[in-house]
Design a protein around this ligand. Sequence first.
Ligand code: BGC
Length: 383
Amino acid sequence: MTTETYLDRLSKLHKHSQQVIMDNQQPAGGYLACPTMPDYQYSWFRDGAFIAYALTMDGIDNMVPHKVGISGQWDSADHFHRWCAGIINGRADALERTINRAEQGQPLVLADTLNARYEDGGNAGPDDWPEFQLDGPALWVWSLAKYVEVCRITPLPVAWVQAIKLVVRYLSAVWQHPCYDCWEERGDDVHISTLAAIYAGLGAAHHLIPSLDVETTQQAIREFIVEKGLTPNGELAKSVGLDMVDANLLMAALPDFGLLAPDDPLMVRTVARIERDLLAEGHGVHRHLEDTYYGGGAWVLLGLWLAWYKVQVGDASAAKDLLRWAESHADAEGNLPEQVKDRMFAPSYYEGWVAQRGEIANPLLWTHAEYLIVRHSLQRTAS
Ligand code: BGC
């Protein structure tokens, strides 16, 4: 009889993460957010951006063989990027109308904006969803820049250039508008995490197409955040006017084009408050203090995101603790969920969500993506 060691388990979890992601890529290139939850059977720009980023990095160290000889992970990421460019370019007329309206100071028309999630064939999902979210397309460009760098794609496909330019014009025109945040909440607010994603997306776009002018908008975003986006204690705020943090503020330290360096004092202060207010005992991370979604449990994906941040500030030991906690929440097949219910902020809400949507999303592809990202970044620091 062989006993499974800790390392065997990890290697299985790693392979399972690759597998879950690739098995749930759709024929046209989108990734299902979660194959088992009906409401999550769509592809989100945001989830997909992190998934493609994870595959891009994972393909460097752990190439999965692919039939035409390139890494399976890169092939998958490439397919996703083509899908995104297709969706965006397919809505060029509508987005141009939105850009026009925003530039004229007219109210936006939702039907002419980008949705957060799409069916693989390109149709929007049902209307009853908080679709207007600006972080998604920005994160797509951020993720694309990493793919282009790692895989040395040159010249850029024409469709990508067209989509990147359109996203830059769209985001530059609408960034100040209230929208739903990356948790699809508080649609009347302006969220600092969303602005941080837009900032990173613009920087990535400029890197990909140096002739693009993004500096004016980036500068305006910075000034806006300094003026309106801080808590009284000088942390980044969840949204304008709130004395509260949200774990999604980790978005401000995205690698390469982030708003803040991971060790910038403002980022350090913000993460300290996230840890104080939102780090669950035992290591998962809650989204925010008012979270009631599935009882407001500890998110595995956020525990991993914090681990990624810890690697970036050189604290591999904290990162490993967070990683181990996430690993301990893999089920028997190795599936990692969105969140866990052993630590809930608002337990009385849990059953209601189960009745409405079914069990907590599991496996969540984005969680598996964060897992691959942390593994890759830890491996890099060790070597
Ligand atoms: C989360 C979003 C995510 C979506 C799909 C929602 O519940 O709040 O961040 O994009 O699920 O995973």
